[in-house]
Each structure stands twice: as C-alpha cells, then as structure tokens.
Write a protein that binds this ligand. Structure first.
Ligand code: NCD
Ligand code: ZN
Length: 345
C-alpha cells in the first residue's frame, strides 16, 4: 500500500547552523515542502540581514530538493521600519521567555514591555509565535503561561497568535476560546508522557521543553489532533543536539524527530483510524491560517517495515531502533552519506 501526502509542512523546526545544518536539513527537505525555521541560533536571528544569510545557508544545505524555509525573527523591540522591511521575508516573529529553553537567553525578561512591538505585529498582520512557558514548576509552566496568552489575545484581538508546541489539556481548552489563536503540536508530545522520559531509566533523547506531560494531557492532544481540529498545525519541534550534549550532566533540551516525522505520523493516524484528518494537520490548516501559497509537492510513503537507525552521525533520532510500519519512498533515512556525516557532528 502507498500513500501520497500533498505539500506537507513542518510549522516549527530547528535546523541549526554549519555542520549540524548540513546533516539535518535534508531530512526535512525529503519529507516536507516547507517549514517554519526557528531563530534561536547561538547568535539569534534578529535582523533582516541575518534572516537572509540564514535562508541562504538553509537553501545550500537542502541542495536540489525543493523546500521553502519560512523564516522567523527572534522577538526583541523592533521599530516599525524594521518590521515593514522584514515583512515580506518572514512568516512571523518568535517570542521566547528569556532562558526558558535552548539558546533563548536573549528572550523576553519583562512582559510588561512587549506591548509596543506586539501592537506593530498586529497592525502589520505579522504572526506572533510564542514559546509559552513560565519559570514556574516544570509541569505547570505551560498552564501558568495561559494568562499571558489570554492577555495577548484580548489586548490585541487582530493579532495572529500561534501557541507553539502545546502539551496540555488546558491549552486545548484555551484554543477553543479564541478564534484568532492557532497552535502547533509535535509528534513526540502525541506519543510520549513524562513516564517515558523519567519513569524508568532516564531518557535524555526524550528530554525537551516543554517537558512531556500526563496521560490525560496526551489524550486531550490526541483527541483534538486526530479529531481534525482546524487550528492545530503539525510542528515537529525537531531540535537536534549532538550526543555529547544529551548524554551528560546537564542534558540539552530537544528531541530530534525530523527523520521519522511523516512515517510516524502516518502510523499514528492510521492506527487511530483517522488518516482522513492527516492532510489538514500536516498541510491544509497551516496553508489556510498562515496564508501560504507554494508549489505542490507530493511526498510518498509505502507501507513497509522500517527500522529507525540508532544514530545519524553523532545525533540520535526520536524512536531510534524502533520499527515503524511506514517508510518514506525518498529514503533519506538510510546511512548518512560520507559527505554529510563527516562534519563535527
Ligand atoms: C529547542 C532547541 O533545542 O532549540 N528545544 C526543545 O526542547 N524544544 C528549543 C525549543 O523549541 O524549546
Ligand atoms: Zn522549538
């Protein structure tokens, strides 16, 4: 059996830089027509100049494979001139609370001061993408941050707001109350709970921000996603870190899911008997809400057993060693070529 997905999109993606970019970008390009690229590089992508340089580096890393990198600016105080100049070259502005996750130290420290820039985003109709966590107790961070989302949605009623990588039943309930709000959901938050991360032997490969939550939260996410919620978008939050940054004291947050994204999603939707809702989750909802127009790209998968490699160069993928029931036809998932694997990672 075969299945073709029309123009799939990954609406939240970390591609990194340098050797890591060259290693990981081809996995996304093989599976997706485009993706929203996060700006949390070591030096954040916070100017149009840096957007352009990063886009060029991504294009070079994707080679001949058609893949549209939808660029984001790292939130800071921007002037109207800066945002007007950047508007046609970005898909949104990404806000991180300072220090909340990998490479977010330059993020927002004082939410009382973001109003003027958010007002400009609303006026210029530039989406605001938010990593919605407080610095509270780790399991409560997303729910506590809903107060900020509420303030944003009520104060800026025309702002296009995207709650990134939601993990809780409370976030799903919130989404249903505000028509202007959309949310991304990752593959791993649909599959795992905190028990998988820390219930038995500690699993650094599954440690990410936001941390995976309770079975009840996962059930609410699954119910909304598999039930075809029109404002939920697939965003892998694929976030590669080399093994020495994961398997050490002070494990970096991030799950590298790009190589398995579509095969695992197809398997999940098929097993739930909801395959008819997959095209909206991986493409149509995002195209409608973000008003994306891009050339059609069919991505084919075959119902064949596929064992996920233990690692690609020095990075371990999500579901390493597991056998999935679906395989990409354009199989980037085999051994990484010498050329791509020979960098530092
Ligand atoms: C991401 C990363 O490594 O850049 N990590 C993560 O745990 N998700 C950053 C982020 O999206 O929080
Ligand atoms: Zn992310």
């Amino acid at each position: 059996m075969e299945l073709t997905l029309d123009t799939p999109l990954d609406m939240h993606l970390h591609l990194r830089e340098g050797d890591m970019l060259r290693l990981v970008a081809p996995f996304s390009a093989a599976q997706f027509a485009g993706g929203v690229v996060m700006p949390n590089l070591v030096q954040p992508v916070d100017s149009l100049e840096r957007v352009r340089a990063y886009r060029a580096a991504i294009a070079a890393a994707c080679g001949a494979e058609p893949f549209v990198p939808y660029m984001t600016l790292f939130f800071r105080d921007y002037s109207r001139e800066e945002l007007v100049a950047a508007k046609e070259e970005i898909i949104g502005v990404k806000l991180y609370p300072a220090g909340i996750t990998t490479q977010s130290e330059a993020g927002v420290r004082d939410f009382d001061r973001i109003g003027p820039t958010v007002a400009l985003l609303e006026e210029l109709d530039i989406p605001l993408l938010v990593h919605g966590e407080t610095t509270g107790f780790v399991m409560d961070r997303e729910e506590e941050f809903l107060a900020v989302y509420r303030w944003l949605a009520e104060t800026f009623p025309r702002l296009r707001l995207v709650m990134e990588h939601i993990t809780t039943a409370a976030a799903i309930e919130f989404l249903d109350r505000f028509e202007t709000v959309a949310a991304t959901v990752t593959l791993h938050h649909l599959l795992i709970t905190l028990d998988d991360v820390a219930g038995s032997l500690l699993r650094p490969d599954l440690f990410c921000k936001p941390i995976a939550k309770t079975p009840r939260d996962r059930a609410a996410l699954r119910q909304a996603v598999l039930g075809g919620h029109p404002r939920l978008l697939f965003g892998s939050d694929s976030a590669p870190h080399p093994r020495h940054k994961k398997e050490c004291l002070g494990c970096a947050a991030g799950v590298f899911s790009a190589p398995v994204a579509l095969p695992a999603l197809v398997e999940l939707f098929e097993q739930a008997g909801c395959l008819e809702h997959l095209p909206a989750f991986v493409s149509a909802n995002a195209r409608r809400l973000y008003r994306i127009e891009l050339p059609a790209k069919g991505v084919r998968l075959a119902r064949l057993p596929w064992r996920v490699p233990e690692h690609y160069a020095r990075v371990c993928p999500f579901l390493a060693g597991k056998t999935l029931g679906w395989k990409l036809e354009n199989d980037m998932a085999g051994p990484v070529s010498i050329e791509r694997g020979q960098g530092r990672w």
